[in-house]
Design a protein around this ligand. Structure first.
Ligand code: AMP
Length: 599
């Protein structure tokens, strides 16, 4: 029988056919991105023409009177740019039960909570069927691209560190939770399991168990029960994988015992989770002793390469590793050993934005190719203010927003979205750089969140500036065995002059002399003009490095989780003015160093 007619080959051909189909579809929309964007905007406006929000700006028009070719310029000239604060009153009315067409013609029945770790306050954003559909679509598209570079076996498993947040009802009875939680509960998530060749090791009861510590334990346990079937390891944001393996370092013996006995540790208390996991875990002493032996060895190597050692068929580790996740890639690489790290796509609760079409590129070089059917995208050109500028408002100068087809390679922009879920010319607040074009659609580098600014007076430092300063400062740790676990910062104005406080959690012992160098190294790395001038004139005091005790950042995480955030979407705030968080950080600070630079 010719090989191509075996059932296995036929199944593979079927899958490849689906993968080729979605890639061909994308190539076509990418090729015609400008035209597709006009059509996408046309569809959004046609679907939602006459909603209360749009009436304010387009109320004098009839949709059928608008020339399709004129729609884009008419829309962008009549409807103003907006921020979340501008649409919040509408979202609040929806949350309170107003089902009239405020933002969309179809009533919105679900609200997503964006992670809220960016400016400290969670924000509601509409979630519709379209949100789940585009999530499935981008997952399939990204999976098809990965499959070409790293083929995986059909019917394999994914060790997926995913977590739903607590769901609750708004005053008006709408379901609210994080976007990832809505997605995990959707039909589309179930379809994804079938369509992307493999499915997650953990059942729904583990994903939606509500307690991330218990879920992590079960994800790891079931991942090991199915260890030879796991094709790749993943999470939404890289932080979750690092958190899971940090926990594994403490829990491996308990997990091995559970595998040996077919039992489940009393640390898992949720009855639903217990039942679901116990059903999948039957006694397996040979597997347990093999794992135990490997773990003992790995412990001696500080868990280097734990992933390919315990999951021998894993082909890669896949997660968002850019932006605020970048500091975790070092640890991820440690756990992943020689396995490739594949950077996952770029999106937000508001809309998915770009897909990684080049999975073999290293995470720090990952770009995101804009998908022109998902939303209507505009880009506000940003330029850094002149070095001697002392405007305290912002670090950027803006020009008029451009459509996707007119952005320029090498330039920076803020992303603006018009979505199928009722956001119109909504400023996302992310800064991106155009790295190139894929056919007709831009490929973006994620730069930073625009609003995350460390500022005492005329100085302005972004999340990226802080990240670079911490990277440079922590280079001194390479002379020790210690590692930086996590960090955040605060512009402390409670004493005069104000100064930057940077909090580090470190694993391992470090001499004070080295920490002093780290502190000075960070202070000298902030090179924006306002900071330099202020430091030299002493209107900003010496940078303070605060070393916090082990477990402090877990307390920060727990605070956010208690307040509705989900582990799956958690991003340690890199700069905070939240008094509760500052309270935790200050109470847990065990050492303080003040920079000796600029004396
Ligand atoms: P959320 O508020 O939880 O919806 O998070 C969305 C935000 O996460 C985006 O606006 C970005 O700031 C960040 N983000 C999402 N995907 C990526 C990515 N691939 N690289 C860097 N940052 C990302």
């Amino acid at each position: 029988m010719p090989a191509s007619t075996t059932p296995m080959r036929e199944a593979m051909n079927g899958k490849n056919h689906e993968e080729n189909e979605i890639i061909s579809w994308f190539e076509e929309v990418a090729e015609n991105a400008g035209r597709v964007q006009t059509q996408t905007l046309g569809r959004i406006i046609e679907l939602n023409f006459g909603v209360e929000y749009l009436k304010k700006w387009l109320g004098h028009l009839q949709f059928q009177d608008i020339e399709p070719t004129a729609l884009e310029s008419l829309y962008t000239s009549l409807v103003p740019l907006c921020s979340h604060a501008d649409i919040n009153p509408y979202i609040q009315r929806i949350a309170d039960g107003d089902s009239s067409p405020l933002l969309t013609q179809q009533p919105i029945t679900t609200l997503s909570l964006s992670s809220g770790t960016t400016d400290g306050k969670p924000k509601y954003v509409p979630f519709t069927r379209h949100s789940a559909q585009t999530t499935l679509e981008i997952f399939r598209l990204a999976a098809a691209h990965r499959s070409r570079v790293y083929p995986i076996r059909k019917g394999g498993r994914i060790l997926e560190f995913i977590y739903s947040s607590k769901q609750f009802k708004t005053k008006g009875g709408l379901g609210a939770g994080t976007a990832t939680s809505h997605y995990y509960a959707s039909e589309e998530f179930k379809m994804k399991q079938k369509l992307t060749k493999s499915f997650t090791c953990s059942p729904e009861e583990v994903i939606s168990g509500g307690d991330y510590n218990q879920s992590t334990y079960c994800h790891l346990l079931l991942g090991l029960v199915l260890s030879d079937k796991v094709e790749f390891v993943t999470s939404t944001f890289a932080y979750s994988i690092v958190q899971a393996f940090t926990a594994f370092e403490e829990m491996w013996e308990e997990i091995c015992k559970d595998i040996k006995d077919g039992s489940l540790s009393p640390r898992v208390t949720s009855p639903e989770m217990r039942n679901a996991v116990l059903e999948l875990n039957s006694p397996n002493p040979p597997l347990a002793s093999m794992l135990e032996e490997k773990c003992r060895e790995l412990k001696g190597l500080d868990w280097f390469s734990v992933i390919p050692n315990l999951w021998p068929n894993a082909k890669y580790v896949y997660s968002i590793m850019t932006g605020s996740m970048q500091p975790y890639t070092k640890k991820l690489r440690h756990y992943a050993g020689s396995l490739p790290l594949v950077s996952a796509d770029y999106g937000s609760t508001e809309s998915w934005i770009g897909v990684n079409v080049d999975p073999s590129s290293p995470p720090d070089l990952a770009t995101f190719t804009v998908i022109p059917t998902f939303s209507y995208f505009e880009f506000i050109p940003l330029s850094r203010q002149k070095q001697d500028s002392t405007s305290a408002v912002d670090d950027f100068l803006e020009a008029d927003p451009l459509p996707l087809s007119r952005v320029k390679v090498g330039e920076e922009y803020e992303v603006v979205l018009t979505t199928f879920t009722g956001l119109y010319r909504y400023r996302l607040g992310d800064v991106v750089e155009v790295a190139g074009f894929y056919k007709g659609t831009p490929q973006l580098n994620f730069i930073c969140r625009r609003k995350l600014m460390l500022s005492v007076n005329i100085d302005k430092n972004t999340e990226k500036d802080l990240q670079l300063a911490v990277e440079r400062g922590s280079m001194h740790l390479s002379r020790t065995k210690a590692e930086l676990i996590d960090f955040t910062s605060h512009a402390d104005l409670s004493v005069q002059p104000g100064h930057y406080k940077i909090y580090w959690e470190i694993k391992g012992q470090v001499d004070d002399e080295i920490l002093k160098e780290c502190c000075r190294g960070m202070d000298e790395s902030f090179n924006d003009y306002g900071y330099l001038v202020s430091r030299k004139s002493r209107s900003i005091g010496p940078l303070e490095l605060c070393i916090v005790e082990k477990g402090t950042f877990k307390k920060v995480l727990d605070y956010f989780i208690e307040n509705g955030a989900a582990m799956s979407q958690f991003k340690t705030p890199r700069c905070t003015s939240n008094p509760v968080i500052i309270g935790i950080l200050n109470r847990c600070s065990i050492k303080h160093f003040h920079s000796t630079a600029y004396v």
